[in-house]
Write a protein that binds this ligand. Structure first.
Ligand code: ATP
Length: 311
């Protein structure tokens, strides 16, 4: 049995490092980094690094889709994507003068036939899955309740789902009768969901997680960046306190945290161990340049400095 990760709108991410970014002019760049991107693929890479057995799935198409599969092959990551007619997208980040300017293609439009075919593909992959992790947005063409349908299929097979998405896709799931086992919003996503500004105030967070929108979701884990996390597991509430660390690039830390949550579930960790495991992985990602990468040499030292307290 293994973990199934789902990335419906992956990308080939291109990072250009420029000393200065000149508008309306030619910018030549020699420092170029290309990688397989998308939140689900970040989760996938971290799961591989912590030695979990997994299969990555989702939708890919065209030459960039092939590039993603070849990158996963190079990392010895098992994958089984559904091939679409459209072309997988590029996302470009221009790193200049301490700033990051991003150009994000919206990606291919998925046809109804492809959307239906992926559901069958997903269902067939569930026979070997112990946990499913679904991350990121749905591509255009798919209904905003597409994740509701994937969760319904997984729940029918009694395979729990960890969902990390935002906006309308998340709202649709929470309003539906088909609940994921875990969601991991950050504070901004939680504020957007509840339509009110939340900060890291613990009383406000606790009250927010009592909203009926979360009924039926076993775990709500709100990641708080440098302040750790606030979590609800059924009727229990926890604050995860983490030490201050030097960070290099926090992008993808949430995805790394999701990898820890999924892995903690497959390892049957208790609440405290699961929350520590998830936060250590988020922190380790923030200490690396590469998104979706962790250096496990520092795992134990950080793990021992994290405190989980009931609130
Ligand atoms: P992303 O969307 O970039 O993946 P996110 O907003 O979903 O990130 P965060 O809350 O920023 O997720 O980070 C997830 C976890 O990573 C945090 O709960 C924490 O454990 C760790 N982390 C992130 N940023 C920092 C930081 N600056 N210092 C220490 N730990 C951090």
């Amino acid at each position: 049995m293994s973990i199934l990760t789902v990335t419906m709108n992956p990308s080939v991410d291109i990072a250009y490092q420029l000393p200065t970014f000149k508008l309306d002019d030619v910018n030549r760049v020699s420092n170029v980094n290309k990688s397989a991107g998308g939140k689900g693929l970040n989760v996938t890479r971290v799961l591989k690094e912590i030695d979990e057995d997994l299969t990555a799935t989702g939708l890919v198409g065209g030459d960039l889709g092939n590039y993603i599969k070849s990158q996963l092959d190079q990392g010895a990551i098992h994958h089984d994507f559904y091939q679409i007619k459209g072309n997988t997208r590029n996302c470009i980040a221009i790193l200049h003068e301490g700033m990051q300017t991003e150009i994000l293609e919206s990606g291919p439009t998925i046809s109804d036939v492809e959307g239906e075919a992926f559901k069958n593909h997903f269902e067939s992959l569930l026979k070997d899955a112990e946990v499913v992790s679904i991350s990121g947005s749905t591509p255009s063409g798919l209904a905003t309740d597409y994740y509701v349908e994937l969760i319904m299929i997984a729940n029918a097979k009694e395979v729990p789902v960890v969902l990390d998405t935002s906006g309308e896709s998340l709202r649709q799931v929470l309003l539906s009768g088909h609940k994921p086992k875990v969601i991991k919003p950050n504070v901004d996503e939680l504020s957007q969901l509840l339509g009110r500004e939340l900060d890291k105030d613990l009383n406000l967070l606790k009250e927010a997680l009592q909203d009926s929108l979360f009924n039926g979701v076993e775990w709500v884990i709100v990641s708080l960046g440098s302040e750790g996390a606030f979590a609800k597991h059924n009727d229990l509430y926890y604050k995860v306190d983490i030490p201050t660390i030097d960070i290099v690039n926090p992008v993808g830390s949430g995805d790394s945290t999701v990898a820890g949550i999924v892995s903690g579930i497959t390892r049957n960790y208790d609440d405290v161990a699961l929350l520590k495991h998830a936060n250590v992985l988020g922190m380790l990602n923030a200490q690396e340049e590469i998104t979706g990468h962790v250096n496990l040499n520092h795992y134990e030292a950080l793990f021992n400095k994290i405190q989980v307290r009931g609130v």
